[in-house]
Ligand binder design. Structure first.
Ligand code: PGA
Length: 249
């Protein structure tokens, strides 16, 4: 039985002092031992956030990471900078990073390999545009993203990975995918992992849905057989995140 994983993606929101305040507010609301709870916060918030969640069920994740160990990469964050402060997760290849910061399936793959090398769990994002959905090429597109993201990743590593299926047309738009649409793609992702590796790996890997998840849509989405939780943007900055984390209560 896969444990659900519900992660907040704060994006470029909250200063360090605001982050600590929000964590204090959300702490009692997100207590639920049935699920893994992760707050992915801006780089500058990571240190105070790790401190603020000590003694709780919340883990802290980064929103990005570079694939080199160190060196002349102005403005980037190295993997050992994350592990040094106790960061356990990192979002890789969010569609906003692909669109505004030129990330590609190839850089996603390099980052995924580097994260595993350092024992950080990657939350690997994939998702189609509205045009791709309307052209009927969603599954082909997602399979391509997954196959490249997992190049040279071992089965043991893949078992620990988290994939976030986030249709681009559903992100920040309030247009949540139906549970049937989300399940169809998440099941296809699991089948693809089964083809690359084996049945055991496909059964172990956790696949989230993301895109306008709210307290009202979460219970139906998370009840789908191949949806193991969510990556939540806007609603993760509000008390509603507590309801999403406690979708099963
Ligand atoms: P949203 O964002 O929940 O605000 O749509 C999700 C995401 O981009 O991870």
């Amino acid at each position: 039985m896969r444990k659900k994983i519900i992660a907040g993606n704060w994006k470029m929101n909250k200063t360090p002092s605001e982050a600590v305040k929000l964590i204090e507010e959300l702490k009692p609301l997100v207590a639920n031992d049935d699920v893994d709870v992760v707050f992915c916060v801006p780089a500058i918030d990571l240190v105070p956030a790790v401190e603020a969640v000590k003694g709780t069920n919340i883990q802290i994740g980064a929103e990005n990471m570079y694939y080199q160990e160190s060196g002349a990469y102005t403005g980037e964050i190295a993997p050992n900078m994350l592990t040094d402060i106790g960061v356990k997760y990192v979002i890789i290849g969010h569609s906003e990073r692909r669109e505004y910061f030129a990330e590609t399936d190839e850089t996603v793959n390099k980052k995924v390999l580097k994260a595993f090398e350092h024992g950080i769990t990657p939350i690997i994002c994939c998702g189609e545009s509205l045009t791709q959905r309307e052209q009927g090429i969603t599954i082909d597109w997602i399979r391509q993203q997954i196959k490249i993201a997992f190049l040279n990743v071992t089965a043991d590593q893949a078992k620990e990975a988290v994939i976030a299926y986030e249709p681009i047309w559903a992100i920040g738009t309030g247009k949540v995918a139906t549970s049937a649409q989300a399940e169809e793609v998440c099941a296809a992702i699991r089948a693809c992992i089964g083809e690359i590796y084996d049945e055991a790996t496909a059964e172990a890997i956790r696949i989230q849905y993301g895109g306008s998840v709210s307290a009202s849509s979460a219970p139906e989405l998370f009840a789908m057989p191949d949806i193991d939780g969510g990556l939540v943007g806007g609603a993760s900055l509000k008390p509603d995140f507590g309801k999403i984390v406690n979708y099963n209560k």
